[in-house]
Write a protein that binds this ligand. Structure first.
Ligand code: ASP
Length: 582
């Protein structure tokens, strides 16, 4: 028997018991005739005590143990003299009578403690050691708990988990495919799924009615900080449903997850149209933990001789509560933040509402108190508030103002990661137009149905067609998205036509799906949640990487196993793949 207990479970009530523990030597302290070793496993840490008063041999053995050695200790549970009430095992220690080294260990390249001295790169290279740290392990535990809660909830609601293939043909979800050469079919390639979209729709045609899968998806995108080339979705699909049914069911799932896993009661999930989200927040994923809505100021700010406003398509303001105390230096800093190339504003205009109600702006030359009062009224600004204004092209100003709003929200401490504010964003445009080529792209994916009342617009004004699509946004993060699908061959053909496919191309790529629609496809719709992102949100973190056991770095590499890597020429030949040298 390697162990009688784990390193996390012995407490006062075990005092006097004979026990055997096994784990890793986390901390070793030798002092005079005594030694202490903290032994760690997945469950916790327990203090082992050695005292030469009764066993000098054992003490010598303990002194020879290095950090991260795998050890086994036999002994008796005793009350500790100096207690640590922060940890569950902190009131006891084990008076060791036998110590065995099960395996030695090299000195680890970084401290395996919550506050580690290891940088990102080093920890990624030795991820298996990083995973020994309690914080990282707890993230994995959270992930496990979430996955269990999802399975439990959805199974109870009649969903069945079905695995769909990983070696498939391209599914367009807006990214590039990862491809796999087929040895048996020279010159041909599988694509890895960007999502199981077409398969889950086929399962609806099969009559499965309610499907889910916690599934890996692959997208070959330019990586951003919170993106991974492979990631996990909670993928779901339902038959005989309308949008309302889906929103109800998945609001239920979301609430249940927050209750079970975080002990948080989520509020009702409000709904907002895409058009409103853009108009009031300049983003299709507004962070509604705080207000600071955009206020259109064209009417009150134009026509006073200030060229920047007069020549602008849009003048938009926000009111930062309590920020009138901002010093000139802070405002300059904020202006510099807005002028960074990533944001690209040309300037930032402000107006303080002083404690006595007087108004002090950066454009006092053009606007007297009377004129500024109109700004303050429009923004509902109170004494002590700060009005910030941007002007220019509507699209650009919205984007820039979104950045400013989020920045001010952070600076004013309004974005507590554990204050969860969910929101459904609905009525997205069906299509978006590529500015250069003029081509239409599906904003969600080509299987998304238009709102029934907008179908006629497909022929007259495609840009105005709204999709029967929805996103679940929590704290400004897109957690999930889905749509009611097209289940009619003719409409699906029309959609492909709008997207610039010839009938032949559409048939070659998606004939199987359109054929299936002719064999009794029920009305259906679904949603997929970004599981990694959901985990990070539950954990109160911005980084999905911390919630993935073996993540890739920012260049899409696994630095631990060193992938991707070159293949030798024999293997390439076998796959009929030739590689450009250079
Ligand atoms: N397949 C979609 C996605 O990955 C989700 C859905 O429409 O259900 O975004």
């Amino acid at each position: 028997m390697y162990r009688s207990h784990t390193c996390g479970e012995l407490t006062r009530s075990d005092i006097g018991k004979d026990v055997t523990l096994a784990g890793w030597a986390a901390k070793i302290r030798t002092m005079g005739g005594m030694a202490f070793i903290d032994i760690r496993d997945r469950y916790g840490i327990t203090q082992l005590a050695f005292n030469d008063g009764y066993n000098p041999e054992l003490l010598k053995k303990a002194a020879a143990i290095g950090r991260e050695f795998v050890i086994q200790a036999v002994g008796k549970v005793a009350e500790r003299e100096s207690k640590n009430l922060q940890m569950p095992t902190g009131e006891i220690e084990i008076i060791v009578t036998e110590l065995t080294i099960l395996n030695s260990a090299k000195t680890p390249p970084f401290l395996i403690e919550n506050d580690t001295d290891g940088g990102d790169d080093l920890r990624m290279q030795y991820r298996y050691l990083d995973l020994r740290r309690e914080t990282v392990r707890n993230n994995m535990l959270l992930r496990h708990n979430l996955a269990q809660a999802v399975r439990q909830h959805l199974s109870t609601a009649g969903f069945i988990e079905v695995e769909t293939p990983v070696l498939i043909k391209s599914t367009p979800e807006g990214a590039r495919d990862f491809v796999v050469p087929s040895r048996l079919n020279p010159g041909q390639f599988y694509a890895l799924p960007q999502s199981p979209q077409t398969f889950k729709q086929l399962l609806m045609v099969s009559g499965f009615d309610r499907y889910f899968q916690i599934v890996k998806c692959f997208r070959d995108e330019d990586l951003r900080a919170d993106r991974q080339p492979e990631f996990t979705q909670i993928d779901c699909e339902m038959s005989f449903v309308e949008r309302e049914d889906i929103l109800q069911v998945f609001e239920g799932l979301t609430k249940q997850l927050f209750t079970t896993v975080r002990g948080v009661d989520l509020p009702e999930v409000p709904r907002m149209s895409y058009a409103d989200a853009m108009c009031y927040y300049g983003s299709d994923k507004p962070d509604i933990r705080f207000d600071m809505r955009f206020v259109p100021l064209n009417q009150v700010a134009q026509g006073k001789g200030f060229g920047v406003f007069d020549n602008a398509e849009a003048v938009i303001g926000i009111c930062a509560p309590g920020a009138a105390v901002y010093t000139r230096k802070q405002l300059d800093e904020l202006t510099d933040f807005m002028k960074r190339p990533q944001i690209g504003a040309t300037g930032l205009i402000y107006c303080r509402v002083e404690a006595d109600g007087s108004l002090k702006s950066s454009v006092d030359k053009f606007f007297d108190q009377e004129a500024l009062k109109l700004w303050a009224e429009a923004c509902n600004a109170k004494p002590g508030d700060l009005i910030l204004v941007l002007a220019g092209d509507l699209h650009k100003v919205r984007k820039q103002m979104n950045e400013l709003r989020l920045e001010m929200g952070s600076r004013l401490g309004l974005r507590d990661p554990f204050n969860y504010k969910p929101l459904w964003v609905v009525d997205f445009p069906l299509l978006e137009q590529d500015e250069e080529s003029g081509r239409w792209h599906a904003m969600h994916h080509p299987f998304t149905s238009p709102l029934p009342e907008d179908v006629p617009l497909m022929n007259t004004d495609p840009g105005a067609v709204r999709a029967n699509a929805y996103d679940l946004v929590i704290n400004g993060v897109e957690v999930g998205g889905g749509s009611i699908r097209i289940h009619d061959r003719a409409l699906q053909e029309r959609m492909f036509e709008l997207l610039g496919f010839t009938p032949d191309q559409a048939r070659a790529q998606f004939g199987f799906l359109m054929d299936a629609f002719e064999f009794g496809a029920p009305p259906h719709g679904g949603i997929a949640f970004g599981f990694d992102r959901l985990c990070s949100l539950f954990g109160g973190s911005d980084s999905i990487r911390d919630y993935i056991a073996f993540p890739k770095n920012n260049s899409g590499r696994d630095v631990m196993i060193d992938a991707p890597s070159a293949l030798d020429s024999a293997q390439l030949d076998e796959l009929s793949v030739s590689v450009k040298k250079g």
